[in-house]
Design a protein around this ligand. Structure first.
Ligand SMILES: *[C@@H]1O[C@H](CO)[C@@H](O)[C@H](O)[C@H]1NC(C)=O
Ligand SMILES: *[C@@H]1O[C@H](CO)[C@@H](O)[C@H](O)[C@H]1NC(C)=O
Ligand SMILES: *[C@@H]1O[C@H](CO)[C@@H](O)[C@H](O)[C@H]1NC(C)=O
Ligand SMILES: *[C@@H]1O[C@H](CO)[C@@H](O)[C@H](O)[C@H]1NC(C)=O
Ligand SMILES: *[C@@H]1O[C@H](CO)[C@@H](O)[C@H](O)[C@H]1NC(C)=O
Length: 339
């Protein structure tokens, strides 16, 4: 080898030239890359407001696992209206055949995808999906869960007529039971399956989650689990009957995403109200029949529980009255030691 290189002077000279040239190129490309890197960082901060700052708000992921017929469309449309202005993403989770639980493969895929999909952050994901606990997938990240809950009989009646008559949101879509003229009262009297109290078993499983017991109508463990999740794993749960207050509190506590939502809701509430067509209020007899069922009692238990939590938080949002004066709650740190 040595011999070959040293055979003549010109080949040695050539080798030196190539070596120095490649060293120079290497040094130059390093410099260039470093420069490029800095430029990327600058770009991310200056030109892309989605990437501005690296605080919690910019990484915010909110999951709204909306329950059918609880006013969820009205709410999510506000987010769609404001996402451009407030600079966050809204994504619908579309599951095959509208299934409410994910397979194990899809659970881990979904959790990993949401966790790592940084280009979408901050993001609001929504879909008719039961609560999914992120902590069991060995993830360092947990999204913020929010939801709305509605009086169970109202929800069932709304769903019953929705299947028959649709709503003003997509008036031309032919619904599953279109053409069926039976009222909810007649249905209850004839004990038809569509108004069976078992159909009310939906809000409990949505809060309960992906365990088998969650989906067994009347299961006590499911009700308790739903309450546990509601308190421990949901950031905020509002009630359909007080949508305005829910939006108010959401905006106050997560302004990065929901700034201006209440104003927008009040200003445009008419255009956003999704109303089931031809809904007939059930008679007193129907109401007393339904409310005798154990399923209604349990679903209503969860509703009342959620309502109590919501009122508790809503009262604290502002204007605490102390000695006849209004105060807005503040907190600060003091007695910081060692100095
Ligand atoms: C989900 O996707 C399917 C297939 O593309 C579509 O037919 C369906 O309308 C979607 N569901 C919703 C709620 O948009
Ligand atoms: C998340 O899933 C979407 C849709 O399949 C895909 O386009 C995206 O790249 C995924 N993100 C990550 C970080 O895996
Ligand atoms: C909310 O938006 C208003 C104007 O649209 C702005 O003045 C205010 O600073 C915003 N607040 C937050 C917390 O982003
Ligand atoms: C309310 O609506 C009016 C007219 O539609 C519009 O000019 C105004 O900017 C809206 N205000 C808010 C806070 O969205
Ligand atoms: C003080 O708070 C009460 C209720 O919390 C409210 O009705 C009243 O308008 C408030 N007063 C002022 C001056 O903000």
């Amino acid at each position: 080898m040595m011999k070959m290189i040293c055979k003549n002077k010109s080949s040695l000279l050539f080798l030196m030239l190539v070596t120095s040239l490649s060293l120079f190129l290497y040094w130059f490309s390093l410099l260039y890359l470093a420069n490029k890197h800095v430029n990327y960082a600058k770009l991310a901060h200056k030109d892309d407001p989605m990437k501005r700052g690296s605080d919690f708000d910019e990484k915010l992921v909110v999951i709204y696992n909306r329950i059918p017929k609880t006013g969820s469309t009205s709410f999510i449309n506000l987010a769609y209206d404001l996402c451009k202005k407030n600079k966050f993403h809204v994504l619908h989770i579309n599951v095959t055949a509208n299934m409410h639980v994910l397979s194990l493969q899809n659970q881990i895929d979904f959790v990993r995808n949401i966790t790592h999909w940084n280009e979408m952050k901050p993001a609001l994901y929504h879909g008719h999906m039961a609560y999914l606990d992120f902590s069991k997938f060995s993830m360092p990240f947990k999204p913020i869960y929010v939801n709305l809950i509605r009086k169970p009989l109202d929800r069932l009646v709304s769903y019953y007529y929705f299947l028959r008559y649709g709503d003003n949101f997509r008036p031309n879509l032919v619904r599953k039971k279109a053409g069926d003229k039976m009222t909810f009262d007649e249905c209850v009297e004839k004990k038809q399956p569509d108004c069976d109290p078992k159909n009310m078993w939906l809000q409990i499983p949505f809060f309960c989650g992906h365990a088998a017991e969650c989906w067994i109508p009347g299961n006590e463990w499911a009700l308790n689990q739903a309450k546990q999740n509601l308190v421990n794993n949901y950031f905020l749960v509002g009630v359909t009957e007080q949508m305005e207050d829910f939006i108010n509190l959401l905006e106050l506590s997560l302004p990065r995403m929901f700034n201006g939502t209440l104003d927008h809701y009040l200003n445009s509430s008419k255009s956003h109200l999704r109303q089931t067509a031809s809904k007939i209020q059930p008679t007193g007899k129907t109401i007393s029949d339904i409310t005798k069922s154990p399923i209604w009692k349990m679903e209503n238990d969860l509703y009342e529980f959620a309502l109590q939590q919501f009122h508790f938080l809503y009262k604290l949002r502002s204007n605490i009255r102390l000695q006849g004066k209004n105060f807005s709650q503040k907190y600060f740190y003091e007695k910081i030691r060692p100095k």
